[in-house]
Design a protein. Structure first.
Lengths: 133, 360
């Protein structure tokens, strides 16, 4: 079916296909997975949340649009937006070329344990596999 | 319900195409990057599997007079064998049953190509009308015919390389006309705003033609790029820009409806008694975002709605077709509601791009 999906082991994942990376300062970077970018196709637009916005887990907070369709991005955990990657405004195609290098926004989680409780690479792989059938 | 497959389905899968449902058919959306495929067609050429479209032959004495009544455009414009005409087929109330291309071959044979998703209802309608007016006509569809569109500035040259004898047969072929060559029916038509051919070919020969074209360097293009190409070219898509609830005068298709001649046709009375209150216009988004079908348009003359919208790879901006109140003019500033925000857009003349170039 689809190409082999590369899922980095050091990241956490959501069932809505966001990846979550814990940074050295305790914030988390959020982007969309290889599988998600492949499903959506060529990216042409990214809308990021405002810095300072308080988010609840599973709240719609950003949007990516490909030529084909728009997709909502959900907050992986409760927390506050601390930074956005505005470079993607002019180069949304970076998400296709390097999905795990293209973070969209960063959050300071209210509770780091919420991040630890997210899916690991193996669990996320199972989600991807189940969608292939 | 399982999806229907064209004779090229295996070829698409070998190329690892992303597949999707188009009118009940399992068709390639793209073979990698839709945007790259789009540029490939505008700048060079590419080939599309459009075998899901249906060929319908109408044969018998009086076929021209039947089509004069059946179709909103006037088949009397077809004056030489092979000449093609774009037309809508209307309900009595003026709603569009389908849009199609009709080819005049001879006074006993016209060929019609209709959309995949509407083919069965189109044929049923044609037969129902024929039964009332000219029951001896033979209306036969040809699901056994595949269709490959080769489109782009170098499309004709590539087809000539791939198909021996095709140069002699088609070099003088005028735009929007067709010729038979052996088992093939080659039309200089398309749905991209570029030059090229649509080749109808028996299903069992289709994979071989596809492979030969690929050997000559013709790249496969998915139906995703076909949609952005046709939108840039300002060509309507049935089911989005018009359907049975919309008449052609409100779908930017007045140029295809002949209301001047004495000729009567199905839907004419309704069109004459219901002057249009809306029209189709082009939009270009000025703010960041992507225009999509069904987004609401706010104008100084009332509300409108986007019928088709996407990102234009040629213009690198978002563009759309929208149905708006008839007093909206080219150059007007309007707003489009996207995710509960009002974004600024401009009303523009379309087509947006054709023949390799952006026009805006």
């Amino acid at each position: 079916m689809s190409n082999p999906v590369n899922i980095p082991g050091n990241l956490k994942f959501t069932s809505s296909h966001e990846w979550v990376k814990t940074e050295a300062d305790g914030t988390v970077s959020i982007g969309i997975t290889q599988h998600a970018q492949e499903l959506l196709g060529d990216m042409v637009f990214v809308e990021t949340p405002e810095v300072g916005r308080k988010l609840k887990a599973k709240e719609e907070c950003a949007v990516v649009e490909s030529v084909k369709a728009a997709a909502d991005i959900y907050a992986p955990v409760n927390g506050v937006v601390t930074a956005v990657n505005s470079e993607l405004d002019s180069t949304p195609e970076d998400i296709n070329a390097d999905p795990y290098g293209s973070w969209m926004f960063r959050m300071k989680p209210d509770n780091p344990a919420d991040v630890a409780a997210l899916m690991d690479a193996k669990a996320y792989q199972a989600v991807v596999d189940s969608e292939a059938h | 319900m399982s999806l229907k497959q064209t004779p090229l389905n295996a070829a698409h899968r070998v190329l690892n195409a992303k597949m999707g449902d188009f009118g009940g058919w399992d068709m390639p959306v793209n073979y990698g990057s839709q945007i790259d495929e789009h540029h490939q067609v505008r700048k060079d050429c590419g080939m599309f599997d459009v075998s899901h479209m249906r060929v319908v032959d109408v044969r018998g004495a009086g076929v021209r007079s039947f089509l004069r009544y059946l179709l909103a455009n006037n088949v009397d414009k077809l004056t030489f064998s092979g000449k093609a005409l774009y037309s809508c087929m209307l309900l009595e109330n003026g709603g569009v049953i389908d849009d199609l291309i009709v080819y005049f071959m001879n006074e006993h044979w016209f060929r019609i190509v209709v959309n995949a998703g509407t083919a069965d209802k189109d044929i049923a309608w044609m037969k129902q009308q024929a039964a009332k007016h000219l029951p001896q006509l033979d209306i036969t569809d040809h699901p056994e015919l595949a269709m490959i569109a080769v489109q782009g500035p170098s499309a004709r040259a590539k087809v000539w390389e791939a198909l021996p004898g095709s140069r002699e047969s088609t070099e003088k072929l005028a735009s929007f006309s067709a010729v038979e060559m052996g088992t093939m029916f080659i039309a200089r038509t398309g749905y991209t705003g570029e030059d090229g051919f649509e080749i109808m070919i028996p299903a069992k020969e289709a994979a071989s033609l596809w492979a030969t074209l690929a050997e000559k360097g013709v790249k496969p293009i998915g139906l995703g790029a076909r949609d952005t190409l046709r939108l840039e070219a300002g060509m309507n898509l049935y089911g989005q820009d018009m359907d049975e609830s919309i008449n052609p005068l409100e779908a930017g298709l007045a140029w295809t409806v002949d209301l001047k001649s004495e000729r009567n046709f199905i839907g004419k009375a309704a069109l004459l008694s219901n002057p249009p209150t809306r029209k189709l216009v082009g939009l270009m988004l000025l703010d960041r975002g992507v225009l999509r079908g069904h987004q609401q348009v706010v104008t100084a003359h009332g509300a409108g709605e986007i019928t088709s919208g996407s990102f234009s790879p040629t213009l690198e901006k978002s563009i759309a077709l929208a149905r708006v109140p008839k007093n909206v003019q080219i150059g007007d500033s309007v707003q489009v509601e996207i995710r509960e925000k009002l974004l600024n857009a401009k009303v523009v003349k379309y087509p947006f791009a054709r023949n390799g170039k952006g026009l805006i």
